[in-house]
Design a protein around this ligand. Structure first.
Ligand SMILES: [Zn+2]
Length: 552
């Protein structure tokens, strides 16, 4: 009897914390990656915009790598493509909107030569050893997909981000029938979205949001409306467009990302926005209060920024007037709570009415929906994904509640190598993964030594020492110049610098006495200065030594 082939599941991101989703599925001859996202950087790292997954393992096994399969178009699932897909030279698959967003992203970064393929729901692709079927699901962006990955050992079902919405208002309900059919056939393992595992019940349907929006449109028919939502939530935007038409209002769009995303969505027919529903930007002041809506969006960070600017009076086009109504059709935004709170206070201080109540529905399954999915798929193994530890642990509890043995539910971390065949599932070792950070300005990878320098600069400043020596003898050719920034005040610094100059000068003499006249002098001066400064000031600023050699 030949040994059964083992299939490996290796998450490169997305398991320890939210964001940076990327999971490998590997057989003996093929590897595919599910998603390729960014995450917010760890707190307090200056100038870093994002983190991306460490794909060294794919590079080491590039001959077996067959492609990247995307579940949907959110940043935490496609954001790292420009940094990763160009190098790997493997095709990228996804549903039409997801692929259009991925292509736009690659174009914006000037990345060429990445093959992309738009796949319709229900269709199956072949990537190496694997067949992958795209199954429609509901989430907070259209065209979100679950993936059924057919392997030699059975079906692995990756839920992507999902919720179960029976009344989605725009678009259709996810393909639950197909999931039930797969469940009947037999599912080996499920990787499931755990974002809302700690929230009881079912997630709210988009239909309830629509009803509530409708109520507010009616209630505030004579006020200007300012609506805040996420640019990628096109179904929500469609509802707002529909309501604008119903109540004879024009929409003024705010936010670059919004305009970008909408142009893609309109082109592909995901948003129906006739030109006549848009307000003329030049004539905004002409409209009566009850005739216009300002739709301000962006990604999570940007939408806060836009409404904060409006609240602070620094937005170029919109200022708050008494009786304006601000509808927050988005959650209080992660990581920006302080700014968000300040914004709310400021809006209300200026006389605006702010409404939140029932204006947002999450895009992620809550506890009862997880139960439903685990029940109809009835997988042999469950690997809760997309969530911090406590959320995944809760998803484990939910899975065991519907009859899956706790021994068959695995809480794994990024880098863990899960091996499974049709009978068993075990964690066999782990990959060591590095933190790959992206510089906010350069939009490129940034070395950890740069981050260390930035941290040192922000803690203790910088000291720059200029030394001019005779090229032939190595002797000092002029006085030593020492400058600092962000380190000590002028008086204390001068006292320290005088002593330091004396020490440097004796150090250089010592080198010369030993016949040394090369880079060792610069290094020696740097070490000495660092120790001296630390001993005298108790601080560890960045020390830079510049040696200029002159012919005397
Ligand atoms: Zn998502």
């Amino acid at each position: 009897m030949t040994m059964a082939e083992k299939i490996k599941i290796i998450p490169l991101g997305g398991f320890d914390k939210i964001g940076m989703n990327m999971t490998l599925i590997e057989s003996e001859s093929s590897i595919i990656a599910i998603d390729c996202g960014t995450s917010f950087p760890p707190d307090n790292i200056p100038g870093v915009a994002a983190m991306i997954p460490d794909v060294s393992y794919i590079r080491e096994n590039i001959d077996r790598f067959k492609g990247i399969v995307l579940t949907h178009g959110h940043e935490d699932h496609i954001g790292a493509l420009p940094y990763i897909a160009g190098d790997l030279k493997a095709p990228v698959y996804g549903t039409p909107l997801t692929i259009a967003m991925a292509e736009k992203k690659l174009r914006d970064f000037g990345i060429r030569g990445v093959k992309t393929r738009a796949i319709k729901f229900g269709a199956t692709i072949v990537a190496g050893d694997f067949k992958i079927e795209f199954i429609k699901t509901n989430h907070s962006i259209p065209d979100s997909s679950m993936l059924a990955i057919y392997t030699s050992q059975g079906i692995i079902l990756h839920t992507g981000d999902f919720k179960v919405d029976m009344t989605p208002v725009v678009g259709q309900t996810g393909d639950i029938t197909r999931l039930a059919a797969l469940g009947t056939k037999g599912v080996l393992a499920v990787l499931s979205d755990s974002t809302n595992a700690m929230t009881e019940g079912f997630s709210k349907s988009e239909y309830h949001v629509y009803e509530q929006l409708d109520r507010f449109f009616n209630m505030y028919s004579n006020s200007r409306l300012i609506i805040v939502t996420f640019a990628t939530n096109m179904d929500r935007i469609q509802q707002i467009i529909n309501l604008a038409r119903k109540y004879h209002r024009k929409i003024a769009l705010e936010g670059k990302l919004m305009l970008d995303v909408l142009s893609v969505a309109r082109k592909l027919g995901y948003v129906d926005m006739p030109e006549d529903v848009l307000a003329d930007p030049e004539q905004l002041s002409e409209y009566d209060d009850g005739e216009v809506i300002f739709l301000t969006t962006g990604n999570h960070g940007e939408s806060v920024q836009c409404i904060s600017e409006i609240a602070a009076g620094s937005h170029p086009r919109i200022g708050i007037r008494k009786n304006d109504v601000v509808l927050f059709s988005s959650i209080a935004i992660h990581g920006s709570e302080l700014e968000f709170n300040r914004t709310l206070n400021s809006l209300e201080e200026q006389g605006a009415k702010v409404e939140f109540q029932d204006l947002h529905a999450t895009g992620h399954a809550c506890a009862e929906e997880l139960k439903l999915i685990y029940t109809i798929l009835h997988p042999r193994f469950v690997i809760p994904a997309h969530g911090e530890y406590r959320y995944r642990r809760e998803a484990k509890r939910i899975a065991t509640e519907v009859g899956i043995s706790p021994d068959n539910v695995f809480l794994i971390d990024n880098g863990d190598i899960v091996e499974l065949d049709s009978e068993s599932c075990t964690i066999k070792g782990e990959l060591s993964l590095g933190d790959i950070l992206i510089d906010g300005y350069e939009k490129s990878r940034i070395d950890t030594s740069i981050i260390q320098d930035r941290e040192q600069l922000s803690e203790s400043g910088v000291v720059i020492i200029e030394v001019c020596t005779d090229k032939k003898t190595g002797r000092l050719a002029s006085g030593i110049n020492i400058e600092c920034r962000g380190f000590l005040d002028e008086k204390n610094f001068q006292a320290l610098a005088e002593g330091l100059k004396d020490s440097i000068s004796s150090e250089i003499s010592r080198f010369i006495a030993q016949g040394v006249n090369d880079d060792r002098i610069r290094k020696g001066v740097e070490d000495l200065a660092r120790e001296y400064i630390s001993a005298k000031s108790g601080k560890n600023p960045l020390v830079i030594v510049l040696v200029t050699k002159v012919m005397l």
